[in-house]
Write a protein that binds this ligand. Sequence first.
Ligand code: ARG
Length: 559
Amino acid sequence: MNLTNRIANVISNAVENEWTTEQVELLLEKPKQTELGDIAFPCFTLAKKLRKAPQQIALELSTKLEDQLIASVQVAGGYVNIFLNQAFITNQVLHSIMTDLQKYGSKNSMHEKIVIDFSSPNIAKPFSMGHLRSTVIGNSLANIAEKNGYEAIRINHLGDWGTQFGKLIVAYKLWGNKEKILAAPIEELLKIYVHFHNLAEKDDSLNDQARAAFKSLEEGDEEALTLWNWFKEASLKEFQIIYELLGVHFDSYAGEAFYNDKMTRVVDDLKKKGLLIESNGAFVVELEDMPPSLITKKDGATLYATRDLAAAIYRHQTFHACKTFYVVGNEQTLHFKQLFSVLEKMGFEWSKNLVHVPFGMMLKDGKKMSTRKGKVILLADVITDAIKTAQHNIEEKNPTLENKEEVAKQVGVGAVIFNDLKNDRMNDIEFSLEQMLNFEGETGPYVQYTNARICSLLQKGSFEAEAFTFSSIGVEAWPIIQLLEDFPRVVEKAFDNADPSQIAKFSLLLARQFNKYYARTKILADDGTTSSKLAFAFSVSVVLKESLRLLGVPAPVKM
Ligand code: ARG
């Protein structure tokens, strides 16, 4: 329960439950000036209900508000202005943080699972900006789910099946060079793939060959399978470099191909349930208010959607998760609507627990950052650039720093991740190295730097948690205490809205408020207040670090 909630509860009891806690909470206001208290309760609606004057209600109520949380109350017109007991609350919050440490704000295990389908790049194609967004958002959502007491199952639904592999096999047989592919798998495979496309535009027989090649792959032809496997392994190796840089791991890499032997069952089930309708030799499921979902093509081949159906059913049977998040760009909104709708038609009640978590595009100079025909913006390069820039900044500002390389990596990667997560995920975001690495802007490095500053303070002095006194840290600390108190609720809301940006925004606010405090307060003073101030700073750092961890951003001790 957060503070407003707890105060609402006190008021609800005082009005003899004329109003429930929830009703009171909706009425509570934050006074514009701090001189008017921390929380105000307007008595007008209650007055109407009880047919009394608002001021009288306020007066009566003011005598009944007795609680440890409340220091004093004042009546102003029809308002009861409440001054919180800052010392009591501060002690309570800091005590919780110093006892629970990184567990502060964590919920107990609910023994329920959440599946998170994220990243999911396509084999033999470059890892796109969209996949980066999915990776970063999905990873943070998994961390946030765990913090909320769920077991997160991280699944990389690799795009490792489909007609494009027929094309790739044909292209490889015609122009492939094994050594080149081994040296730079994705770049080289993309090159021959694009070449195939260019030629196939003029020569349709290439497409026929590709279809035949995919068919033989689907039928388990050994040569085709060996090639496919090789493409897959080589691509995965490259993706792994990115995952390692980002510090992301998966519980499963079961991609589209994993469901090959589970397709007939799905198609049969659809048939049995009378949902499969023939349309020019292909089979579809008709849906209300949206285009039909294509299940099998004329030649019997299955599609992306069919494999997603099989995957959803398989996962349900395997994990019994209470929720599944599909972290995929908003251009696939229709696909997921159709998928969920088909599952519902099949009578699967659990389909209501499947959630598409969409997101906007990554822009550079206002334009979509894409991997256009043959032009590869290799994602690893983008991240490496961020690291290089961070390295350069360190050389300039702090050349004697230990572990410079490691720190540069943490700062560069942190900048990229934070830049992505600080915005509402539906917004398109701008990719600007300069901006995202700015130590003073709304950036990952800014939050990291604030935490590192606290870490270095903590190295210069020591504190005793038990000896903490509120009066030593000063009234300027109060806004920060309120933020710390709110953290558990922020964690909860970020999960309920599947929105890591709430954590990112919170961390920026906390960092900003602490820096303001730090600018005005001498923390290492010789007047007996240092221990309490350090205990306070330590608590801030615990919550900052935990916020960064939830986002997937590292927290260097020095930078
Ligand atoms: N590989 C797909 C793509 O790049 C994303 C897969 C998302 N997950 C899913 N279950 N469909 O577009």
